[in-house]
Design a protein around this ligand. Structure first.
Ligand code: EPU
Length: 337
């Protein structure tokens, strides 16, 4: 087994932060993963997937285990549906494109989300009206205590908005090794009522879209407002959209009548954090080599060479300012390490 030492993690996190891992290994099989986890010489271990939802603020003293398990397979099929399984190290977007090429519907609205399949359930990724949980059949996860694989069905994961058991009560206890999805083969249920998608399809002059058209519309929208991590380091939405009570929202509207919101339940609304950050004057602000993206205020960016701790300090300044102006707390969506 090849354990490397003092390896830069720059190419392993989409923020492009240049910190070092004291020890690093990339595992390509389950047996290798189990073997590495048994190593007594490295008591502290950090599991790394696509590195798309993390902000690294310091060198990592632990053994970083990069989950590089590849492979996609068709598990079951009937006339209407398929169950497809992808191993954890598959790139999310490439997997979505593979599904679309095979005419398996369901994941198209989540095209171009950065990261890997294995980390997608942890925060129940979602975009344009569809969440992972809508098509998640099950996942296999390695129990770090017993080193045995366990299967989690959809209901076992307690999925919510950017939330699952793997992020909360089971945090640090399992490594997801594969995820299975239930997708449609025919009569795809398209979700095109999310404003931007409908408008984009119209621009593309498409009235009867296929799953490929929806994917293309989403790709075009994302490329127009979200920075490509290959060009500008970022981790997608840095913050979650806060959920507040309807009473609190009514109060907010007294001072900010134009405040947007989405109804979450009969008692609560979600307020776009991007709007709060833009209204607080941060959109497009740069501080040397880092800042707030100019087209989407929810995204913090590294223009090259920024330090994780500087971006963390900026995120705290934004949180404090939002609280002062709107009396609303916004929570980071990315993991800070
Ligand atoms: N807005 C602003 N200014 C901004 C950004 C947004 O005023 O700079 C307001 C506008 O009112 C806009 C509304 O926010 O209409 C919603 O914006 P958008 O549709 O771009 O969605 P979002 O709430 O900013 C969420 C997800 C994104 C996902 C989009 C589309 C979260 C934290 N983010 O963003 O997910 O792509 O919806 O579904 O829920 C990610 O998680 O990394 C991510 C990019």
């Amino acid at each position: 087994m090849l354990i490397q030492h003092n390896i830069s993690l720059k190419s392993h996190n989409t923020f492009g932060i240049d910190v070092k891992a004291k020890h690093f290994i990339s595992v390509t099989t389950l047996d290798q993963l189990i073997e590495v986890l048994k190593l007594k010489d490295y008591p502290n271990k950090l599991i790394l997937g696509g590195g798309s939802n993390m902000l690294l603020t310091k060198d990592i003293q632990a053994l970083v285990i990069h989950i590089n398990l590849k492979g996609v397979s068709l598990i079951k099929a009937n006339d209407k549906n398929v169950i497809v399984k992808a191993n954890a190290g598959e790139n999310w977007h490439e997997f979505v494109l593979w599904c679309i090429e095979n005419n398996y519907g369901g994941l198209e609205n989540m095209s171009l989300i950065p990261g890997n399949v294995g980390t997608s359930p942890i925060q129940n990724i979602g975009a344009y009206g569809v969440e992972l949980k809508d098509h998640f059949e099950s996942c296999e996860a390695l129990n770090l205590e017993t080193l045995k694989i366990e299967v989690f069905k959809n209901k076992d994961c307690n999925f919510g908005y950017r939330h699952s058991v793997f992020k909360n009560e089971l945090k640090g206890k399992y490594i997801i090794t594969s995820v299975s999805f239930k997708l449609s083969k025919t009569k795809h249920q398209l979700h095109t009522n999310y404003g931007a998608i409908a408008a984009q399809l119209e621009t593309m002059a498409i009235s009867e879209p296929t799953i490929k058209d929806v994917s293309q519309a989403v790709i075009t929208i994302r490329q127009s407002k979200l920075p490509d991590p290959k060009e500008i380091g970022n981790s997608g939405s840095f913050f979650k959209n806060p959920v507040i009570s309807i009473e609190a929202f009514e109060k907010l509207k007294l001072n900010f009548p134009e405040a947007p919101s989405y109804l979450v339940s009969q008692k609560e609304v979600k307020v776009p954090a991007g709007w709060l950050i833009e209204t607080a004057g941060f959109k497009g602000k740069t501080f040397g080599n880092y800042g707030v993206h100019k087209k989407q205020a929810l995204v913090l960016v590294n223009y090259g060479g920024a330090k994780g701790e500087d971006i963390l300090a900026l995120s705290k300044l934004i949180q404090k300012t939002i609280y002062r102006i709107f009396n609303i707390e916004i929570e980071a969506e990315v993991n800070i390490l």
